[in-house]
Design a protein around this ligand. Structure first.
Ligand SMILES: CC(C)(COP(=O)(O)OP(=O)(O)OC[C@H]1O[C@@H](n2cnc3c(N)ncnc32)[C@H](O)[C@@H]1O)[C@@H](O)C(=O)NCCC(=O)NCCS
Ligand SMILES: Nc1ncnc2c1ncn2[C@@H]1O[C@H](COP(=O)(O)OP(=O)(O)OP(=O)(O)O)[C@@H](O)[C@H]1O
Length: 199
């Protein structure tokens, strides 16, 4: 996108992307949280939710007409064909929102926080890729605690994603997060500075 530098931030669930976003926001980046956009595009009454209802049936809709996220997660993180169907349905809506936000901001630097950056094809608009990685067991422990899910659900979710080596091999910057939070923040601050200063 003209006059903007767009960086994609990716990595497995629980790797530490949200903490990295805080550093980049402090450094002056516009942060686009694709998980949040994915929640907005499936709000009650939005066309994307109607499509999901038609494709997945009543079991993914709550009695209030909202997306039943836990039910949908149980389906798609156990069946790769269903995950592909969800992704193919939802990504065009997310991509539209991302492009609008990039076009509307005054900020020069944008960070797309997107766990499924490569699958969505949105890496195509990025000037650079940053990944956050950590040992799989650490991811499992962190998301069990943060999302109040079982080990089995955590393992299934991670099973739908790539491993650390994959993210590393496709990134311009890789932030390893096996230490404490302060170490992660220091690495993230340094990466943001490096990008802004162009070195
Ligand atoms: C399956 C859904 C309903 C489960 O909702 P739930 O509230 O339990 O989880 P939440 O949305 O907070 O996601 C938690 C984490 O799961 C992982 N995850 C989410 N979607 C996907 C996916 N399509 N493929 C692999 N991992 C995913 C991410 O690491 C994410 O941070 C939801 O994740 C969803 O709608 N996913 C499809 C949209 C998507 O791809 N989002 C990522 C944005 S790029
Ligand atoms: N180095 C660390 N030490 C301890 N806890 C951490 C560390 N890094 C992150 N966490 C915690 O682990 C959890 C997962 O981190 P975070 O939410 O940043 O992951 P994420 O990559 O954004 O995951 P998702 O893709 O699922 O949104 C959070 O509760 C966070 O506070």
């Amino acid at each position: 996108m003209i006059n903007k530098k767009i960086y994609g931030l990716t990595g497995m669930s629980g790797a530490g992307k949200s903490t990295v976003c805080d550093s980049f926001e402090r450094a002056g980046f516009l942060i686009i949280d694709c998980d949040r956009l994915a929640r907005e595009v499936v709000r009650k009454g939005r066309p994307c939710l109607d499509k999901l209802h038609r494709l997945f049936g009543d079991s993914v809709i709550t009695k209030d007409g909202e997306l039943d996220r836990r039910a949908m997660g149980n389906i798609v993180f156990s069946h790769s064909d269903k995950l592909a169907l969800l992704n193919n349905t939802i990504y065009p809506y997310i991509t539209y929102e991302v492009i609008s936000m990039c076009g509307n901001t005054d900020k020069h630097f944008v960070l797309l926080d997107a766990p499924t950056l490569f699958e969505s094809g949105i890496d195509f608009i990025c000037d650079g890729i940053i990944s956050v990685t950590c040992d799989k067991e650490k991811s499992i422990q962190r998301i069990m605690l943060r999302d109040n899910i079982t080990r089995e659900s955590a393992e299934k979710r991670l099973g739908s994603q790539h491993d650390a080596e994959y993210y590393k091999s496709k990134s311009d910057f890789c932030i390893e997060n096996n230490g404490d939070i302060d170490t992660l923040k220091a690495k993230a601050d340094a990466t943001a500075r490096k990008i802004i200063n162009g070195n």
